[in-house]
Design a protein around this ligand. Structure first.
Ligand code: NAD
Length: 328
């Protein structure tokens, strides 16, 4: 089976090459370029393509992959909102993902963002390096005995709920389906979660239902001085409304691993450029906002699990077996 990997960095290639010897029937070529309509034609002659979160696997790309006779799209991610699933199904192209490769990796990053933004660690790091040992503007608040609101209690949300519990927080959650493992969590409506939580952490997928879940109206329902963390998908938060809320001093701190305009930036070194996007620049200008570049997944354990599951998905497809990782 021939697989063309798109959007690979050296750490992806290292991680896959380490595991590949166990799968001698898989032939892999790696590209640095993302999978987009412009690069989809390179897949001619391959049985499968492998894409990451930032690839554009929309309608046009899927059509081109079909023309190239690609039969399988392997996602090195849990999320699949960047793929036209219906089009792929119509063409008989199977889409397989890596669900729950390391929920703790993302949940721990969510707590890192919450703590670091709350305690202004991003400012403290720079200040101390400049021999400025003052504390002005760095006053935070304890999470102990405060309330955390977890939106979406799947694998990552559940891991975040356990972490918050470990911090001595009361844990509220909102989800369409209750997770039976979380007997210490109080499930409430979204409105009640927003009204009672000092920390709101988003862990639901980006769907038509959840697009701009955090907007002017839902921000108004939050407690004053709330900490908001998004490690899920940028589209969950309407950035303009978030900025309005930050300006209105609604948020004590905001930690974002994902944001709406990340696509152009993510995993690129653009330090020599002038940022054209004013919205991202505005977010970066606030002292209580901490942004990382979609790195929640980025731990050794998660990379190892991603490569192992992706290769197993490919082998199962080749054998006509199902793994439960098919996106239906
Ligand atoms: P999951 O499928 O295990 O859980 C998602 C949960 O969200 C489910 O319990 C589902 O019922 C719930 N949900 C769906 N719609 C909802 C709604 N409208 N309101 C509230 N809850 C809703 O997924 P997961 O593995 O926990 O991942 C969650 C998300 O995290 C992914 O969709 C992905 O976008 C994001 N993610 C980010 C990174 C990163 O590096 N930052 C890495 C992996 C995943």
């Amino acid at each position: 089976m021939n697989i063309l990997f798109y959007d690979t960095k050296s750490y992806d290639r290292d991680s896959f090459e380490e595991k590949r010897c166990q799968y001698p029937n898989l032939k892999i070529d790696y590209l640095k370029s993302e999978l987009t309509p412009a690069t989809a034609k390179l897949a001619k002659g391959y049985d499968a393509v492998c894409a990451f979160v930032n690839c554009d696997v929309g309608t046009e790309t899927v059509e081109l992959l079909h023309q190239c006779q690609v039969r399988l799209i392997l996602l090195r991610s849990a999320g699949f909102n960047h793929v036209d699933i219906e089009k792929a199904r119509a063409f008989g192209i199977k889409v397989m993902r890596v669900p729950g490769y390391s929920p703790e990796a993302v949940a721990e990053h969510a707590m890192v963002l919450a703590l670091a933004a709350n305690r202004r660690i991003h400012k403290a790091y720079v200040r101390v390096r400049e021999n400025d040992f003052s504390l002005g503007g760095m006053l935070g608040f304890n999470f102990y005995r405060k309330t955390a609101g977890i939106v979406g209690t799947g694998k990552i949300g559940a891991a975040m709920a356990r972490i918050c519990k470990g911090f001595g927080m009361e844990v509220l959650a909102y989800d369409k389906y209750q997770n039976p493992e979380l007997d210490f969590v109080e499930y409430v409506s979204m409105d009640e979660l927003l009204a009672r939580s000092e920390l709101v952490s988003l862990h639901c997928p980006l769907t038509d239902d959840t697009y701009h879940l955090i907007n002017r109206e839902t921000i108004r329902k939050m407690k004053d001085g709330v900490v908001l963390v998004n490690t899920s998908r940028g589209g969950l938060v309407k950035t303009e409304d978030l900025i309005e809320g930050i300006r209105a001093r609604k948020f004590f701190a905001v930690g974002l691993d994902v944001y709406e305009e990340e696509k152009r930036n993510v995993y690129e070194d653009r330090s020599d450029e002038i940022l054209e996007s004013s919205v991202t620049a505005r977010l970066l200008s606030f002292p209580n906002v901490l942004i990382t570049s979609h790195q929640g997944f980025f731990t050794e354990e998660a990379l190892g699990a991603i490569s192992e599951t992706t290769l197993k998905n490919a082998v199962a497809f080749e054998k006509g077996e199902t793994t439960g990782n098919e996106v239906e």
